[in-house]
Structure formats: structure tokens, C-alpha cells
Design a protein around this ligand. Structure first.
Ligand code: DGL
Length: 265
């Protein structure tokens, strides 16, 4: 099947973390339509086995391409990228843009050579992450902090909740203590709690995430493949979880009031 400009772009994450990426995509590419899929039934990915994440990511990408009629896929999840980016690319004849922790820009920004990285257990343990550090941050000290429980608590209880605050105390303090002057948000859920993270770091610390860079990369790939534009900013949401509950979380997290489709995949 050939792909044409007016088809939508599929974006997915384990839950609603990828919306932080979708915001950047829509801001940069207003002439594109998007379908966002939240794999809420399987949130969180971060502590699950690699083969499980791989299978989910492949199944979701295939559904977005076939059922959703998408012309390109954005893997808006660091954990799914680490587990499955190559295998998704191998299966789909369309642009697949994936994201990973912003180690390269962080290494360029640091003044004292100490980088902090907040991410899921799986992302930090992945071969892809080790390679990223080796390739782009060889001369720096990289302090990693896994954040089990954080992504799902942000969705379940909200960014300012007591439980989120307790988790941030535990996960951000080690990076402040280690003197990291650049902190990478290596999970797409964490920009939802950026304010809480910034509050726990010294004021001169730079906090980086990947939304903008992914939007630029998608723009480039669409141009290269001759399929940019063709839409008008339409948006559809789908989930593997409870569509009503996901709709309510959407309103609470980002004030988006929209119907959510239920996809049995
Ligand atoms: N938002 C996802 C990421 O960027 C992962 C959260 C999770 O499911 O553990 O890694």
C-alpha cells in the first residue's frame, strides 16, 4: 500500500506520557493529523520484560498503520524505543521516528561534566542507552536514577499529588547531591512533573527533554519521503484500557476533552 500526505501520523506510548511529545509535534506540524494511542492496559512498561514491550510496540505500530491508516509512526516512549525501535522499522515501510534520552545535547550543555538522567528501569538497563552514553557522553560522569512507580502515579493521582511528591523527593535528591548541572528527562511522562523536578534542583541546573527534537526529526523524515502536510490538525485518541477513564485523565492532565476510542489490541 502506498502512503500519501493526507494520512494521519500515529503516536504511541504506554500511557499519556507521549502527550508531552504530541504537543511539540502539533505545534511544529499544524498541517498534520494525528492518532494518539495509549497502551494504558499495560502501563507501566518500565519494569516489564523486553520481549513483552517489543510485542506490544510491534502490535500497536501495526494497528496504527493498518487500522489507523497512518503514514508515519512516532514512538513517543523512551522505554519502547529501547526495546523495539529497530524491530518496528524492520516491519513497516514508512517513517518511524523514535526518541531516546537527550544525552547528546546534555553532554554539550554541561559545564561541570556531571549529567543526571531520570528514566525507567528498562531504559537505563538497555543496550541502547549504554551505547548512547558511550557515543555521546564519554568524557562526562553520568548519574542515572530509575524511577519505578512515577509514570503510573502521575496518571493515577496527578502531578501535584502527595505520592508524586514523595517519589520526586526520592528520585531527584540523588542527582542534586551528585551535583549534576544538566538533568535529562528520559521518560515522556516526566515533563508533566517538570516543575516539581526543577524545584528540587539547584537553580542553575538545566533540565532537558526531547519533544522539540523529535518534532524536527519527524518534519525532516516527512519531507525526505515526500509526504508532508495534507491534514489540518485533526486529532483522534485511542486506548487499550478503559476509554472512559483515559478520557477523564486526559481532561485532568491537559484539559483535553475528547472522545477516546477503545482498540482491542
Ligand atoms: N513514557 C514512557 C517512557 O518514555 C514510559 C513509562 C512507563 O510505561 O514506564 O519511557
Amino acid at each position: 500500500m502506498s502512503i500519501v500526505p493526507h494520512q494521519p501520523i500515529g503516536v504511541f506510548d504506554s500511557g499519556l506520557g507521549g502527550l508531552t511529545v504530541l504537543q511539540s509535534l502539533r505545534a511544529r506540524l499544524p498541517d498534520e493529523d494525528f492518532i494518539y494511542f495509549a497502551d494504558t492496559r499495560h502501563l507501566p512498561y518500565g519494569d516489564k520484560p523486553e520481549t513483552f514491550i517489543q510485542t506490544r510496540a510491534q502490535r500497536i505500530s501495526a494497528a496504527l498503520a493498518e487500522h489507523g491508516g497512518c503514514k508515519a509512526i512516532v514512538v513517543a516512549c523512551n522505554t519502547a524505543t529501547a526495546a523495539a525501535a529497530e524491530s518496528i522499522r524492520a516491519r513497516l515501510a514508512m517513517p518511524v521516528v523514535a526518541l531516546e534520552p537527550a544525552i547528546k545535547p546534555a553532554a554539550a550543555l554541561t559545564r561541570n561534566g556531571i549529567l543526571g538522567v531520570l528514566a525507567t528501569t528498562h531504559t537505563l538497563a538497555s543496550r541502547r542507552f549504554a551505547q548512547l552514553v558511550k557515543n555521546h557522553a564519554a568524557g562526562t560522569t553520568v548519574i542515572t536514577q530509575a524511577c519505578p512507580g512515577l509514570a503510573e502515579t502521575i496518571e493515577a493521582e496527578g502531578p501535584g499529588s502527595a505520592k508524586v511528591e514523595t517519589l520526586l523527593d526520592a528520585y531527584v535528591r540523588p542527582l542534586a547531591n551528585a551535583n549534576a548541572d544538566v538533568v535529562v528527562l528520559g521518560c515522556t511522562h516526566y515533563p508533566w512533573v517538570k516543575t516539581g523536578i526543577v524545584q528540587r534542583l539547584p537553580p542553575e541546573t538545566t533540565v532537558v527533554d526531547t519533544g522539540e527534537a523529535v518534532a524536527r526529526q519527524l518534519e525532516r523524515r516527512l519531507k525526505e519521503t515526500g509526504i508532508p502536510g495534507g491534514g489540518d490538525g485533526q486529532l483522534r485518541f485511542a486506548t487499550s484500557g478503559d476509554a472512559f477513564q483515559v478520557g477523564a485523565t486526559l481532561v485532568r492532565l491537559c484539559g483535553i476533552f475528547m472522545p477516546v476510542e477503545s482498540w482491542m489490541i
